[in-house]
Design a protein around this ligand. Structure first.
Ligand code: CA
Length: 665
């Protein structure tokens, strides 16, 4: 290709004297490009490369026959075009070939990069691959569809890591730690209990939320026999699946096809797939694909010109710049369309601006109105992005169709997340009652909830329960099992299991959307390791023999989920309904909450549901209104179909347990 430089703009130096605001202005003045052909397009006229890099002096494409360790077979000099892009084309369809870009900026030839839009790569994501995506679709893909969740509150989310879920020998799964693990039917433990996808069906969750499954940096895909473990919060190629989860990272078709097979198998089981996405930072700084493509543009900086670090991982991206905002929006759209992904969980979402998150929600709902979107409404450090623009928990009502995790309920029920010994409502520590109530009403305004007594939040920040994800544990911090062990010294395992049941009963009966960390339904632990992001399988893998050992625990969780899914009263969609239908009883005893959900709420067949949570170590005598009540949960047992009836009056609620009664007529 003919190479010609039309302009030779000076690189913007990140000098210490340049203020962040001035840098913003400079970056915002860069030309932008909104075409949908960025980086690679194969059509009947050939193969076309289009790289956005406005300040480059030159750009080229290197073509390879293999994914690594071979010299380039061809070099294409790119031509400057409109909107800050460079273009090069060849008349053939280069299926089976690999490519990288090299840009020259400020006279310096930067390292090779697969770009930021590689949709397939070889080993370790070094080179982008040119593949025919039609060849990656499993049988029946055209008609593949996820579950129907008209409202996010209809979802029951199960958060899992591929290795945790299948690596243990007791899983009975062949493709351990792989996407394909979730495609294997009828797998069992040595004791005969269902594992894998059958287990998920038995448990009754509606969505699996998979920890980062785009291509990440930390696991060496050329050394898979060493069983490396990482959560994957170190993004490298955002638009291609992680190679270590495929059976053959060197084969770019395999990772795409196998991830689609996973999605298809889950969809066939009636289960949706939520992807954990980490657009807030990259694994590398100057060496990232963003930096090697358009140096400087995609990040935020401190006043001294150094990378700002709201992620706590060395840098933070700049969603408030047009091309970064577009990148996030187009990337999730791509996953939703190409992989039929049913939802997205945004890591450290408050690093992103509200406007970008609203664009994300608006665009995704056009593709699939049932898509669910939620994220962490906080940052890990300070950011130059003004607080009022951040997608914070406190700003959730400025977003439409985006939910946030409630740390209110989480910390109030089990004790503070970072203080292992701290107890919460379910483990006998008084003073958390009002904050648990904030969780029950999904942080919406309620006449009987006093937000001035909230531990973490002082105002009803959610405008609707559809804005809240309730949980007591996730991959971060101690598992619930380990938290209970550390905060209840001298307790028996049976006592801790009771506390876990009470804690999760509060989560699953609260308004908002419930979220469960994989394996807690079997009382799994991580041997007390709170930050297991690179711990070995011996810490992270779920020991599936626990499903039989802790069979009653599993049965309780399954029944709790069935109760929630059978009863729309737990899934109201507006703050008004909650304020109208939920009535708290005046209780003076510490660690007790008693309330009713009235009026056949949200179309429920049950007229009234009475819930009493006793987190104290003493029995509590509850007063139940007159009439006949069906017992749904009592003294650590639960049956969504009922366990007999009682008459109104006084009834004892055992220590560390939930009482749930239903007035059916
Ligand atoms: Ca990787």
């Amino acid at each position: 290709m003919q190479f010609k430089t039309l302009l030779a703009p000076a690189v913007i130096m990140l000098a210490g004297s340049v203020f962040a605001q001035q840098m913003d202005e400079q970056y915002n003045a860069w030309p932008t490009y909104s075409g949908d052909d960025l980086e690679l397009l194969v059509d009947n006229n050939g193969t076309h490369f289009t790289l956005w890099s406005p300040k480059a002096d030159a750009a080229e494409v290197l073509i390879y026959n293999t994914d690594r360790n071979t010299p380039a077979t061809d070099t294409l000099r790119m031509k400057r075009s409109d909107g800050g892009v460079w273009r090069a084309s060849v008349p053939d369809k280069l299926y089976g070939k690999f490519y990288t870009f090299v840009v020259t900026v400020g006279g310096k030839r930067l390292a090779e990069t697969p770009g930021i839009w590689a949709k397939a790569t070889g080993t370790n994501g070094e080179r982008a691959a040119i593949i025919d995506f039609a060849a990656t679709n499993p049988e029946g893909w055209d008609t593949d569809k996820g579950p129907s969740t008209p409202n996010i509150t209809d979802a029951v989310i199960y958060e899992m890591h591929h290795r945790d879920f299948s690596a243990h020998p007791s899983s009975g799964i062949v493709h351990k730690g792989k996407f394909l693990a979730l495609t294997e039917p009828a797998t069992k433990t040595p004791q005969g209990a269902a594992t894998g996808i059958e287990h998920l069906k038995e448990l009754g969750v509606t969505h699996v939320h998979i920890l980062p499954s785009y291509d990440y940096n930390s696991v060496d895909e050329s050394q898979l026999q060493s069983n490396q473990y990482n959560w994957g919060y170190d993004p490298q190629n955002y638009n291609t699946p992680e190679g270590s989860y495929s059976t053959d990272p060197a084969n770019p078709l395999a990772r795409v096809r196998e991830m689609k097979e996973m999605v298809k198998a889950l969809h066939d089981a009636g289960i949706g797939v939520v992807m954990d996405v980490v657009y807030n930072h990259t694994a590398e700084n100057d060496g990232s694909n963003f930096s090697l493509t358009a140096p400087g543009y995609f990040y935020r900086y401190r006043a001294d010109g150094s990378y700002s670090d709201a992620s706590g991982c060395g840098n933070e991206t700049a969603s408030d710049r047009k091309m970064m905002s577009d990148f996030i929006v187009n990337s999730v759209k791509y996953w939703a369309k190409e992989y039929h992904i049913d939802g997205f969980r945004f890591d450290l979402m408050a690093i992103h601006d509200i406007e970008t998150m609203n664009r994300v929600a608006e665009e995704l709902k056009k593709i699939n109105p049932d898509i669910i979107i939620y994220g962490e409404g906080w940052t890990a450090g300070d950011s130059p992005l003004p607080v009022e623009r951040r997608a914070l928990k406190e700003n959730v009502d400025k977003m439409r169709g985006v939910a946030v995790f409630s740390d209110d309920l989480r910390d109030a029920v089990k004790g503070h997340y970072s203080n292992a010994a701290d107890r919460g409502f379910a483990t006998g520590k008084p003073g958390n009652e009002e904050t648990v109530k904030i969780g029950i009403v999904a942080a919406t305004a309620h006449p009987q909830v006093d937000y001035s007594k909230g531990n973490n939040s002082k105002f009803p920040y959610a405008g609707a329960p559809t804005e809240i994800i309730n949980y007591v544990s996730c991959h971060d911090d101690l598992t619930l099992t380990d938290k209970l062990a550390k905060s209840m010294p001298g307790s028996t395992e049976a006592q801790r299991q009771r506390a876990a049941r009470l804690a999760q009963t509060i989560v699953f009966t609260s308004q908002g959307t419930p979220f469960l960390f994989a394996g807690e339904e079997m009382f799994r632990n991580k041997k007390g390791v709170h930050n297991s992001y690179k711990s070995p399988d011996s810490i992270n893998a779920i020991d599936w023999t626990l499903k039989t050992k802790n069979g009653e625990q599993f049965d309780y969780y399954r029944e709790l989920i069935r109760l929630r899914r059978n009863h729309p009263a737990f899934r109201m969609t507006t703050a008004d309904e909650i304020a109208r239908n939920i009535v708290f009883d005046k209780i003076t005893s510490p660690n007790v909450i008693s309330y009713s959900i009235r009026n056949n709420a949200n179309g429920d067949e049950w007229k009234e549901i009475k819930l009493v949570f006793n987190g104290s170590e003493s029995p509590f005598v509850a007063r139940i209104p007159k009439g006949e009540w069906t017992v749904i949960a009592r003294d650590g047992k639960i049956d969504a179909d009922g366990m007999g009836t009682i008459k109104g009056g006084s009834t004892v609620v055992a220590p560390t347990s939930a009482l749930i009664l239903a007035r059916i007529r």
